[in-house]
Design a protein around this ligand. Structure first.
Ligand SMILES: [Zn+2]
Length: 195
């Protein structure tokens, strides 16, 4: 499965693309700060399925429930809706696309984990539960598996390579949407060209 780095970059790409307005480079920091709640919400939604570590952590076996029902599309959609409800309680007015973007971010987790090189049985995730109760995994994985057997394994060179590989795949789309958002707007360009 991709690490939180990969999932967060995918969520941020969706958030920047659909929840942030276009602006000039000079205003970018201000726009990001003003929309920090939206960016936090999409990052949370993109990582929400991995909260299925928590029950296992309480009994000292983090992987015991990981990648089961918590990694189904239905569960991801519920997580996206829950984050939307919490956000709606906290903010007076949400962006128009808030709910669809949160759902897309939550479901992106399922797609990313489906596209992962899983080395531990049962291979894959219950992506389509309850409509299909088999574990599903892509024939040609995009992401490398992570070592998680121990703290030493989690800090291994293999994991550094796996996270770098994720960043290589997920950072360019984020940079592309940021670049698009910072392009001079039409009226700015017209103003620049005016005599
Ligand atoms: Zn996951």
């Amino acid at each position: 499965m991709p690490s939180p780095v990969g999932h967060s970059l995918i969520g941020l790409t969706l958030g920047v693309a659909f929840l942030l307005p276009r602006c000039r480079g000079a205003d970018w920091r201000q726009v990001v700060y003003a929309n920090r709640g939206a960016l936090l919400a999409v990052v949370l939604a993109a990582n929400a399925c991995d909260f299925d570590y928590l029950p296992g952590l309480l009994v000292g076996a983090p992987n015991s429930l990981h990648r089961w029902l918590g990694h189904s599309g239905v569960w991801a959609a519920l997580a996206g809706c829950t984050i939307w409800l919490l956000w709606r309680r906290a903010a007076p007015r949400l962006p128009r696309w808030a709910l669809p973007v949160l759902l897309a971010a939550a479901l992106s987790h399922i797609l990313a984990d489906y596209s992962d090189e899983d080395t531990r049985a049962p291979f894959g995730i219950l992506a389509l539960w309850p409509f299909h109760d088999g574990f599903m995994i892509a024939a040609h994985p995009l992401f490398l598996s992570l070592e998680k057997a121990s703290l030493a394994a989690a800090c291994s060179w293999h994991n550094v390579r796996a996270v770098a590989h994720e960043a290589l795949l997920t950072l360019p789309p984020l940079l592309a949407v940021v670049f698009y958002k910072l392009r001079p707007m039409r009226h700015d360009a017209a103003a620049t060209q005016a005599p």
